[in-house]
Design a protein around this ligand. Structure first.
Ligand code: FE2
Length: 399
């Protein structure tokens, strides 16, 4: 995220005195990636950012995963996981239910109307896609507003909290990386600017503009981190509120990007998923399928060809419109399809023929492709439509 930004006050020269009106010093914190060798920001705090008064275990929600074995494609109906009665007691941080995960990325889902505790993910960056609802995301860098269709990108170890508001619950699809996430390298200049052929540019990225000031003493922050080869949680308690930043500048900060600002790349014949890529992390990519004109060769077939992307598991989250290739499969709003490596997938029966002559697809989907197999979390096992694997053949095993 090599795109400089400043909010609040900073001294003219880095690593020099920044004083309060009373003459005291603000405390400078460098938050940087890859040691001191990648993007960073400098934040100026009223209190010591390192002062804690307690550290206790935070028991994470169930993180166990089950291999996709025997191998088959799967359909998961995420909306079934959160009936209306639980929205008010569920928050976006502790209420997440794990859907899929491997050693590179974990995907979870949550539906919430409750404010979250303060939280930071020390394992990697988070991309939280807003399926519906609205929230204010308060962070040490300032405030973000999240609305339907937004990706909220939260860098590793950014202390923040989610405050849903407005009508309806916040439906959030959280992609938690074990790495940093960024726009695809091929869309960046060698100095990090988004190039002309990129489907989005810096004007589409929205960072914090206003700082947030927290009050209170002995403030708890939930920290997700690695220990003993696993992902675990710790509750840290700070004597003063961590939202005490008076200014910061740099190239590392949370931001939002709306899927509706993604300019689709189209062609005479079918464009492969990399044409729809929006972010990448270590060993996975995120693509999105947005409403668009479709293939205009006179003999084109607008839905995808059948494909074995032999090195990937392909996870599609259907989050708007009407997905042409999946009609007749039971897949709808809030569904996930899991099409694993080792298995060819493609349009449902009839969709291939039906798509000929189509000029426009009104569909919205977020896809995660991983380069290592994903396992099923407890959330996936709780909302699976077990008949999906047989929908192309029209029947399952003979009794
Ligand atoms: Fe696919």
């Amino acid at each position: 995220m090599a795109y400089y930004r400043q909010v609040g006050t900073v001294p003219p020269k880095r690593h020099t005195q920044h004083r309060t009106d009373e003459g005291g010093l603000y405390y400078e914190e460098l938050m940087g990636e890859e040691g001191f060798s990648s993007d960073s920001s400098l934040l100026y705090h009223r209190g010591l950012p390192s002062a804690i008064v307690d550290s206790q275990v935070w028991e994470l929600p169930d993180q166990t995963t089950t291999p996709n074995h025997p191998l088959k494609p799967r359909h998961l109906k995420l909306h079934e996981l959160f009936p209306k009665e639980v929205w008010a007691e569920t928050d976006v941080v502790t209420g997440r239910r794990l859907i899929l995960g491997n050693g590179d990325v974990r995907i979870s889902y949550v539906v919430s109307t409750q404010d979250s505790p303060l939280y930071r993910n020390a394992v990697g960056d988070e991309i939280v896609y807003i399926e519906s609802g609205q929230a204010t995301v308060e962070t040490v860098f300032g405030t973000l507003e999240a609305k339907p269709g937004d990706y909220v990108i939260i860098p590793t170890s950014t202390t923040h909290r989610w405050l849903p508001h407005g009508e309806g619950p916040l439906r959030a699809y959280a992609i938690e990386a074990n790495s940093h996430v960024a726009p695809p390298k091929r869309y960046l200049s060698r100095y990090g600017q988004l190039l002309e052929h990129s489907p989005y540019c810096e004007r589409d990225l929205h960072g914090p503009t206003e700082l947030v000031h927290g009050e209170g003493a002995d403030v708890e922050v939930l920290v997700k981190h690695r220990a003993g080869g696993a992902i675990v949680g710790t509750r840290m308690v700070y004597p003063t509120h961590p939202f005490d930043v008076v200014g910061w500048d740099g190239c590392l900060y949370p931001y939002t990007f709306s899927i509706h600002d993604y300019e689709p790349i189209t062609g005479r014949v079918h464009q492969p998923p990399p044409a729809h890529q929006v972010f990448e992390g270590n060993n996975f990519v995120v693509c999105n399928f947005v409403p668009r004109k479709v293939d205009y060769h006179p003999l084109s077939i607008p839905v995808p060809y059948y494909h074995s992307n032999v090195d990937s598991d392909e996870i599609m989250f259907y989050c708007g419109g009407d997905y042409e290739a999946r009609k007749g499969s039971g897949i709808g709003q809030g569904s996930i399809s899991v099409h694993p490596g080792g298995y060819a997938h493609g349009p449902q029966p009839g969709a291939y023929e039906r798509s000929i002559g189509a000029e426009f697809f009104d569909e919205l989907a977020v896809m995660v492709d991983t380069f290592r197999p994903l396992e099923l979390g407890e959330g996936a096992l709780a909302c699976e439509d077990t008949g999906y694997a047989w929908t192309w053949a029209g029947r399952g095993p003979k009794p």
